[in-house]
Design a protein around this ligand. Structure first.
Ligand code: G6Q
Length: 550
């Protein structure tokens, strides 16, 4: 570790705006959304913002104009504008790893200049994109053939965490645009079941593996990649086949070479691309193979539009800033510990899982940039499922449970699969849920329906549950880019206010190291000397005993 420069942060809770928010919250704590809407009938049109093709209705949050003014003041006092500029201009804002954070350079326009240590990174980015496009075209067209001369019909991405979640999410989200005569699979888990189920019905002669690992040192990915090589060579019987059936995406060229990947089939990423921010880099090669280069470039243009919006729009109309500030309000002042993301679009079924990593790995931190303890709660627990499925399960807790669960509802005005009245029903449900969560059902309403007194309390829904509604025209590659960048920058906004490093992941690194110590203890034929705690020692002994029994 080098002695990275870091910002000495003032206490967040000392900012006048923070103290203003504390006082404001005390005063408005009991205000109900029913009252807030009654006092301000136009707020449903007023408390909205539009940018980069997305429409955000944040009126169903428990905020007044005063709350918003104070939150915007907080953004100013926390220096959000200069944090944004520092990120876009390649400053090393990932202080604990002394790295720039430039996912925005991955979708920069060809002529832009973005420097890291004095070098313009945009030409390199474009060169890798061109390489990806040439490769994708040749595989998709059947020009690229496997070792025995058969065209590639199956693409298997091997990666984990940031080298998996983005590619899987994007493939599912953009499946509608994918080449349907090709099969795409994703192997991430070290559990052999993942490998077996992903490859069981595939012919190695027609299968291409993309080994995705920024470090090319991740145990799960390397183990799966070696298993894939054995699986492949088991049929193809010639080491030379590796060159036709394996390509690599990494910043570690040596590691790829050692594995046997042909230098022509290496796709580079850089240390300034964080794993969870990498789906628009070469880590997205499987996405490009699925949807084609034009659609991939359209996705990048969507990312770029939201980047520009974030960088250039005044905060009071800036979607990611507003969403980030509202998250701070819900989390730090209303005490919410969670955020539910509820896409009313089946193609976005992996979007909540993707956002879990983006939000929780980025902002699940307990110290500030200067190493001091953060004095307020940081990232909420993020989760979700597509609507309407969730309505028939966990929404009950959101409506009537004792915890406050702010929700983001995401919907599209046009469906990609028109089928009778399905889409109107889908969207009606989205709207009904946000209405019900905000306004609930009073005792009076329940009694007016003729409900007996003993049953009435069970049927009352308090309402006053905050929601955002994000609407877009249609799920396209461009819209997906806009949506992902919206959340990236909302996460950035929150991290900047909390003064934490949103771009490291030392907890993940710890997990990677600890398993390395236990693996030989499980595998050794000799009884190992165990020096863990008594629980871990006993579990190891038990596993060793039982794994041998048939
Ligand atoms: C993401 C994290 C982590 C990482 C994986 C895979 O931001 O750093 O999820 O992406 O651990 O790492 P490699 O790509 O290096 O295999």
């Amino acid at each position: 570790m080098n002695d990275a420069p870091h910002k000495t942060a003032s206490q967040l809770t000392d900012y006048p705006a923070w103290q203003g928010l504390v006082a404001h919250h005390r005063q408005f704590r009991d205000l109900h959304l029913r009252q807030i809407f009654a006092d301000d009938p136009q707020r449903g049109e007023r408390l909205t913002a539009e940018g980069a093709g997305l429409y955000l209705d944040y009126s169903k949050n428990r905020v007044t104009d005063e709350t918003l003014t104070l939150l915007l003041q907080l953004a100013d006092q926390a220096g959000l504008a200069s944090c944004i500029e520092a990120m876009f201009t390649g400053k090393k804002i990932n202080v604990s790893e002394h790295r720039a954070v430039l996912d925005t350079a991955l979708r920069a326009q060809p002529g832009e200049r973005i420097e890291v240590d004095g070098d313009n990174v945009v030409p390199e980015v474009r060169a890798v994109l061109d390489h990806m496009a040439q490769f994708s075209d040749s595989v998709r067209s059947g020009r690229w053939v496997g070792h025995t001369g058969l065209a590639i019909r199956n693409v298997v991405n091997i990666g984990i965490g940031g080298s998996d979640l983005g590619p899987v999410m994007a493939f599912e989200a953009l499946r509608h645009y994918s080449q349907r005569d090709m099969t795409f699979r994703f192997i991430s888990n070290i559990d052999g079941t993942d490998f077996e189920e992903a490859t069981g019905d595939l012919n190695p002669e027609e299968t291409l593996f993309i080994v995705c690992s920024k470090t090319f040192g991740t145990l799960e990915t390397l183990t799966n990649a070696h298993t894939a090589r054995v699986w492949c060579l088991g049929k193809l019987k010639d080491q030379q086949a590796v060159k036709r059936h394996f390509v690599g995406v990494s910043s570690n060229t040596e590691g790829m070479a050692q594995f046997g990947i042909d230098p022509d089939n290496m796709f580079c990423i850089w240390d300034w691309v964080g794993g969870r921010y990498s789906m628009d880099s070469a880590i997205g090669l499987s996405t490009m193979l699925a949807i084609g280069p034009d659609n991939f470039f359209a996705m990048l243009s969507g990312f770029h539009e939201m980047d520009e919006h974030f960088r250039n729009t005044p905060f009071e109309r800036n979607l990611p800033v507003l969403m980030g500030l509202l998250a701070i309000w819900n989390n730090n002042f209303l005490g919410a510990q969670t955020l539910a993301v509820l896409p009313y679009e089946h193609y976005l079924k992996r979007f909540p899982a993707y956002l879990q990593q983006l939000t929780m790995e980025s902002n699940g931190k307990h110290v500030k940039l200067d190493g001091s303890q953060v004095e307020v709660a940081t990232a909420p627990i993020c989760w979700g499922e597509p609507g309407t499925n969730g309505q028939h399960s966990f929404y009950q807790l959101i409506h009537q449970g004792t915890r406050l669960v702010p929700c983001d509802f995401i919907g599209f005005c046009q469906t990609l699969n028109p089928l009778g009245s399905h889409h109107d029903i889908l969207l009606a449900n989205l709207l009904a849920q946000t209405e019900a969560l905000a306004f609930g059902k009073t005792k009076q309403q329940v009694e007016n329906e003729g409900t007996p007194a003993w049953l009435a309390p069970h049927r009352v829904c308090e309402g006053n549950r905050p929601t955002n509604t994000i609407l877009a025209q249609r799920l396209t590659p461009q819209t997906l880019g806009r949506l992902v960048a919206l959340y990236e920058h909302s996460v950035f906004t929150q991290g900047a206010i909390w003064q934490i490093d949103s771009f490291d992941q030392w907890g993940v690194e710890l997990g990677k190291q600890l398993a390395q110590r236990i693996i030989p203890e499980l595998e050794s034929t000799e009884e190992p000397k165990l020096a863990h705690d008594s629980s871990t020692n006993a579990l190891i002994r038990r596993y060793r005993r039982l794994r041998k029994q048939s």
